[in-house]
Design a protein around this ligand. Structure first.
Ligand SMILES: O=c1[nH]c(=O)c2nc[nH]c2[nH]1
Length: 477
């Protein structure tokens, strides 16, 4: 998108320094509790795809700015039934598992990995197969509003790099990890790194290649140091990966205290919990994101807060594999741990972060109320566990950005223009809005709880339009 310096239409020449100007009502988190409503605001996007200015309708300069820019060719006004949201951040997703999404969620984690998941992931030695699945996945994620994704790929360097290239080409902000699983005692022969040395060497080459690709990519693609989880890795690999992360100052991702079995395995091997074991290897850090974390103790949560490590909360997947419900509200408020949301495809069946927002709220309420109706109500649950819709929305957007230490997830000056247009009256997915003057707080709740893919009409990443649907651009898809 180029910066416009003149306007060739007959409405008069206007000197612009913005690549895009959008007028519309947007919803964005400023903090965890409050969703700000920016009614009929003006959003000015610069030529790097960054929000240069947000002018609210109450601002004294509003009318002048509107008059100055509304005739320019880069100006777009949303209709009365369209609303802006920040792009969604998927903080934990296994790209290769897209091919088995919606299946095989009938057995515990360790069995699921060995029976279904490792055989599937082994297929990504075939670059053509990887290309097909990854291309489809990235397009589908953009269509449901996921503008940034933190991906696990597979052990294969070439296929992992291909995923980064596809993100770069399709315009999604992808953070991609070549998975390390080097322990011959723990991983099947048909699907593991050839050796510890090979795992570390390939990770280092992968980091360098993706960092190079990053320089040529507007929205950024990032390499991620990715030990699958402690049970898959030797001590030497974990230590080596911690050193690589520090050497290249890159993101880190893994799984942590996700199920009874996995939490118990690490305790048995190291005599301490996952969090402290990962920290010993230099794998907890400001740019580290750990998936699940359902079984953290208070000390573990404090260590996360002290190191700046974030949790990727995957509420749909957790319903299958976690053996309990994460005390999210406690981690967020008592310990101030950074938290985002993940789909965890395919432990979670849904590609949509909107679905995971809903499930995060639902799971937290189940934790608060408890589950065994034969117990008295006051004995059943964990008080003060529920999270609100606003809090879940925060984790899906601004919280994900904070977890990744990137200026994304808010419709605020200085943040990337990663934004969605949702339309409430598309015929195939009309939201139940019947009063012309319905409260905007209610419309926000309907958008989050009830919208579907069909409602998402436009998706921008870093100021670039990466997905359109329907008549908004005359492109019917
Ligand atoms: O939900 C999960 N999906 C995975 O692929 C995985 N690997 C380790 N632990 C895991 N948990």
């Amino acid at each position: 998108m180029s910066t416009t310096s003149h306007n060739s239409n007959n409405k008069g020449a206007v000197k612009l320094s913005y690549s895009l100007i959008v007028k519309g009502t947007g919803f964005t988190s400023y903090n965890r509790e409050k969703v700000a409503i920016l009614e009929e605001a003006l959003f000015f996007i610069d030529d790097r795809g960054v929000i240069a200015e947000v002018i609210e309708s109450s601002d004294s300069s509003y009318q002048d700015m509107l008059a100055k820019y509304e005739q320019s060719e880069n100006y777009q006004a949303l209709s009365e039934t369209e609303y802006l949201l920040p792009g969604m951040v998927d903080l934990h997703i296994h790209a290769p598992q897209w091919a088995q999404s919606g299946t095989a969620l009938d057995i515990p984690l360790a069995d699921w990995l060995n029976t279904y998941t490792f055989p599937l992931e082994a297929k990504y030695s075939d670059l053509e197969y990887a290309n097909r699945v990854y291309s489809d996945l990235v397009s589908q994620l953009l269509s449901v509003g996921t503008t940034t994704a933190l991906y696990f790929a597979t052990v294969h360097q070439e296929a992992s790099y291909r995923l980064a290239e596809i993100c770069a080409t399709k315009g999604q902000r992808g953070l991609v990890g070549k998975v390390v699983m080097d322990d011959p005692q723990q991983n099947p022969e048909y699907y593991r790194d050839a050796s510890t040395a090979a795992a570390l060497a390939e990770t280092e080459t992968f980091i360098q290649r993706v960092q190079d690709l990053h320089k040529r990519t507007r929205q950024g693609v990032y390499p991620v140091v990715t030990p699958r989880f402690i049970p898959s890795c030797t001590d030497d690999a974990l230590a080596g990966l911690g050193e690589l992360a520090a050497k290249y100052d890159v993101h880190i991702q893994s799984h942590c205290s996700e199920s009874d079995w996995e939490h118990g395995y690490v305790k048995e091997r190291f005599g301490k919990n996952d969090a402290f074991a990962l920290d010993d290897f230099g794998l907890l850090a400001d740019k580290a994101v750990m998936a699940h974390c359902n079984h953290l103790t208070k000390e573990d949560a404090q260590l996360f807060a002290d190191t700046g490590t974030a949790i990727a909360h995957c509420p749909i997947s957790n319903a299958y594999f976690a053996n309990g419900v994460i005390p999210l509200q406690e981690y967020a408020t008592d310990y101030q741990v950074e938290i985002g949301l993940g789909t965890d495809i395919s432990g979670g069946f849904s590609k949509s972060i909107f679905d995971n927002i809903k499930q995060a709220v639902i799971s937290s309420r189940i934790l608060e109320d408890g589950v065994d109706t034969r117990l008295a109500s006051h004995e059943r649950g964990v008080p003060k566990s529920r999270i609100t819709l606003n809090e879940a929305f925060y984790h899906a957007t601004a919280g994900g950005g904070q977890a990744l230490s990137l200026p994304i997830g808010k419709l605020v000056k200085g943040y990337a223009w990663d934004a969605l247009v949702l339309k409430t009256d598309v015929p195939e997915a009309r939201l139940p809005i019947f009063d012309q003057k319905e409260e905007l707080t209610d419309i926000f709740q309907k958008l989050i709880y009830m919208s579907q893919g069909a409602n998402i009409r436009k998706v921008w990443v870093q100021g670039q339009l990466v997905h359109t649907k329907g008549e908004t651009n005359g492109n019917h898809n």
